[in-house]
Design a protein around this ligand. Structure first.
Ligand code: URA
Length: 286
């Protein structure tokens, strides 16, 4: 982006670029600006009504299981980056024996590994059940999260809470964290070096929690974890594999705030997750 643009315009431009990325548009051409994709008319009616109809899921008992070896398994269904591209993105973390969230947080310390430390107020490590069967991974803290030190507590977070509750769970049942633990200034996308420094902590969190399923919220989380450059719309809603675990990528709640019609797509994705976790959806009897 040219340096001499006013700050407000830069912000608008980067928001617009993020929007296109969320819907899977990876390339923009200057001579075709008028031909940018319109909102799909095929998107079914918003799922919000549907979300408010679910109640009383039966929560299955968590089984004890052995954590599989953690050399990252190749992700299925996803076109990976070349070996050079992938290995330059971040170094895969090998499983650390007897690791705990507490140790990971201690190792993170008062992190100064990347430039995000200069502008953050809090390190937003993650929150929820350390033995959760379901882990949600977002992109990075926003202003509210930076202020409170907790993930997904702003507007997008409130929508995420509704989504979790519509699945018949509560926030305390799941674990919520982000790819980067410190807020990127102006909520810009985390940069490669920031992701590189921070993602080993995310991988340790996932290994330690050993969830049955991971939901990646938005393109940044999905692309970081799956090491792909494909647009999220090309693989969202399809089960992927990450370190021997099931991973579902779906749209970010912030995207849903801008595009409520996409809620129905996300709800379909979450229903697949519910089926995987054995969460039954009961409709209210009238
Ligand atoms: N968006 C994210 O990706 N993470 C948060 O914690 C909040 C908003």
């Amino acid at each position: 982006m040219p340096e001499n643009l006013p700050e407000s315009l830069k912000q608008k431009l980067s928001e617009r670029l993020r929007y296109y990325e969320e819907i899977g548009v990876g390339q923009l051409y200057r001579d075709r600006v008028g031909a940018l994709p319109a909102q799909s008319s095929e998107i079914p009616a918003p799922a919000l009504a549907l979300l408010s109809e679910v109640e009383e899921p039966s929560l299955p008992k968590r089984e004890t299981k052995t954590v599989p070896p953690v050399t990252p398994a190749p992700s299925r269904n996803v076109l990976p980056l070349s070996r050079e591209e992938a290995s330059s993105l971040f170094q895969p973390v090998t499983k650390i024996e007897n690791d705990t969230l507490f140790k990971i947080r201690e190792d993170l310390g008062d992190c100064k590994r990347c430039k995000l430390c200069k502008t953050r107020h809090s390190i937003v490590f993650g929150d929820g059940n350390p033995k959760a069967e379901l882990v949600f991974v977002g992109e990075g803290p926003g202003a509210d999260e930076d202020e409170q030190g907790l993930p997904f507590v702003g507007r997008a977070g409130k929508l995420l809470t509704q989504m979790i509750e519509a699945m018949g769970l509560q926030r305390k049942d799941v674990y919520i964290c982000n790819v980067v633990k410190c807020r990127p200034p102006q909520n810009r996308q985390p940069e490669r070096d920031e992701v590189e420094e921070c993602s080993p902590f995310l991988f340790r969190q996932i290994d330690t929690i050993a969830p049955k399923a991971i939901v990646c919220l938005g393109a940044t989380a999905a692309k970081t974890i799956l090491q792909t450059e494909r647009g999220i719309s090309q693989f969202r809603g399809e089960w992927q594999e990450f370190r021997g675990r099931k991973l579902m990528a779906t749209y970010h709640p912030a995207y849903l705030l801008r595009n409520p019609a996409a809620k129905s797509e996300v709800w379909k994705d979450l229903q697949k997750v519910m089926a995987e976790l054995g969460l039954a959806v009961k409709r209210k009897s009238s």
